[in-house]
Ligand binder design. Structure first.
Ligand SMILES: CC(C)(COP(=O)(O)OP(=O)(O)OC[C@H]1O[C@@H](n2cnc3c(N)ncnc32)[C@H](O)[C@@H]1OP(=O)(O)O)[C@@H](O)C(=O)NCCC(=O)NCCS
Length: 435
């Protein structure tokens, strides 16, 4: 970071002006460094939702929403998605560069050989109600991992941080598949280390002990791509939560559980589930015939209806991940012969109408990654309530890379936002008999 310019903040209430340094990163908006502001002026800044606040310095992921650009450690997502697999992407996010062949083999070996979880963990799963939401199970069970892996919890030790990162990446597929198996009452499937990361996960999800499970390479690649596209997305709500939880020195398993809890919300990881629910509703109302009515409703501001899976807070251009997911979506539907499935046909028609309709074109409302990833996951046979779990599985590497970056900073501080207090001023307690 370089610092050449300054901003001067002046006040109309007589407080002397404050000079604030402006830092320049390698890309993206400059930042005004307000760390000295309170000491110099006795004032805080006010920015609920962090709309204008950079809460950290990071070298991991860069997004340019206007250009529709997403870079992991400088590499465009489009290039990573076609040239690398998920584990190479994990290595990149964690280590800062892509692995060479020897590094790739070593990393793959470490992850794929640590996929089993402690056998006692199965009792945690069994403690949940049969109909528990898989995300509820995941939040609880990932947090519980910290009770099993004490030997890697010294967060000041880089080797411990690395071991915890590998454990989390390696065991998440097992945990997610167990959450699913528990919900459908099938036996847990032990991992198979000779399969790829995605292939092993598919087998643990869809295989049973009764017969051999054959991994379909087209579907395996599709799942791997979903994982790559969701691996990190800089300082979103769940990642910021992981950083804030980690800033107190909490262990990484607990921090990732906090991230999973945040991801669960419909405004974050729940969007693709919401998209599938919307498609189901249109289908119930009459399907393709009724798309016109539905779109008219979406355009009517008083209806409160939104076209789920369209638009993005950051991308005001085609989300680069959506382009890649669209490609995968067509590939998967073709492979499974689902092009004419009514729900998929409906989704494709909706995509076509929305891409041509003036309302969406004018507002730059493109289909987002969730629109396509929901369709792909449904085609893969993943039930909608599992979608956010898959997202959590993919994002675990991003969370742990961001957490590790923060803990590795020499002057890392506990996160402690301030507030604008608007409650009651000091008053005296009146004894209950006189109230
Ligand atoms: C993601 C989202 C919250 C971003 O919202 P935002 O940044 O507030 O979008 P903007 O305010 O820039 O929207 C601009 C205009 O498009 C409209 N708009 C945005 N998304 C829309 C959608 N999905 N359907 C219909 N209209 C939409 C807004 O009403 C606004 O219209 P106006 O200018 O006439 O008032 C929003 O697009 C949305 O709710 N999408 C559906 C949910 C979804 O898919 N979320 C996953 C995101 S990965």
């Amino acid at each position: 970071m370089t610092t050449q310019h300054k901003a001067t903040l002046s006040f109309s209430d007589g407080t002397p002006s404050v000079e604030l340094p402006i830092h320049k990163g390698t890309m993206g908006p400059d930042v005004v460094d307000i760390r000295k502001l309170y000491g110099a002026s006795g004032k805080f800044t006010f920015d609920p939702g962090f709309l204008s606040t950079a809460a950290c310095e990071s070298k991991i992921t860069y997004i340019d929403g206007d250009k529709g650009e997403l870079l992991y450690r400088g590499f465009p997502i489009e290039q990573l998605a076609v040239n690398c697999d998920y584990l190479e992407t994990c290595y990149l996010l964690l280590n800062g560069d892509l692995p060479n062949e020897a590094q790739r083999k070593d990393f793959e070996n470490r992850v794929l050989k640590h996929t089993m979880i402690h056998e006692q963990m199965t009792r945690f799963f069994a403690g949940f109600r049969r109909d528990a939401h898989p995300m509820a199970i995941l939040v609880g069970c990932v947090g519980a991992l910290s009770a099993f892996y004490h030997d890697s919890l010294d967060i000041q030790n880089p080797e411990h941080r690395f071991v915890s990162a590998i454990r989390l990446i390696a065991k998440m597929p097992t945990m997610v598949a167990m959450a699913y198996k528990y919900s459908v009452g099938q036996p847990f499937m032990y991992p198979r280390n000779d399969l790829s990361y995605a292939g092993n996960f598919m087998r643990m999800m869809f295989g049973t002990p009764c017969e051999e499970y054959q991994v379909n390479p087209v579907l395996e690649r599709a799942l791997d791509r979903i994982l790559i596209l969701h691996a990190d997305h800089e300082q979103n709500a769940s990642t910021s939560t992981v950083r804030l939880a980690g800033s107190s020195g909490a262990n990484p398993f607990a921090c990732i559980a906090a991230g999973i809890a945040t991801l669960w919300g419909p405004a974050h990881g729940g969007a693709n589930e919401a998209c599938l629910v919307m498609l189901g509703e249109i289908q119930q109302q009459g399907g393709i015939e009724k798309i016109g009515d539905f779109i008219a409703n979406v355009k009517d501001k008083n209806s409160g209806v939104k076209l789920m899976g369209f638009g993005h807070r950051v991308y005001k251009n085609y989300d680069p991940r959506a382009k890649l997911m669209r490609e995968t979506c067509y590939e998967v539907l073709g492979e499974l012969g689902l092009e004419n499935d009514p729900l998929f046909a409906l989704a494709m028609k909706l995509e076509q109408i929305a891409l041509e309709d003036e309302y969406f074109v004018q507002r730059k409302l493109y289909p987002n990654v969730d629109f396509y990833s929901g369709i792909v996951q449904r085609a893969l046979g993943i039930p909608t309530e599992m979608f956010t779990c898959i997202f959590a599985l993919a994002r675990t590497v991003g969370w742990i890379a961001q957490w590790g970056e923060m803990i590795g900073e020499p002057d890392q501080k506990i996160g402690r936002p301030r507030q604008l207090f608007t409650g009651s001023t000091r008053r005296e307690v009146v004894p209950i008999a006189q109230r």
